[in-house]
Design a protein around this ligand. Sequence first.
Ligand SMILES: [Cu+2]
Length: 99
Amino acid sequence: MLSRITKLAVCGVLVLTIGVITAAAFTKTVTIKVEGMKCAKCSSSVSKALKATEGVQDAQVSSEKGEAVIKYDDQKLNETKLREVINSTGFKAVEQPGQ
Ligand SMILES: [Cu+2]
């Protein structure tokens, strides 16, 4: 009885570990400078547009810092597409050379 529970626990941990590793392998975080955001309304509209994009897992947009920190699925999206989404909201994603 006890050994069955132990086996189940080991299995559970294993599945969880593999799940986390797989998710982490495809999850990328990128910081994109955004020009033109003046207040919380601006940042929230950028954030909404990003979060509505398939493959975006999280988007923290700050009008004060003028940047968006985006967590996304590398298999579904890329940085160019994210910049397009930001530009489509009327703000400007700034190209950062050397990144
Ligand atoms: Cu605003």
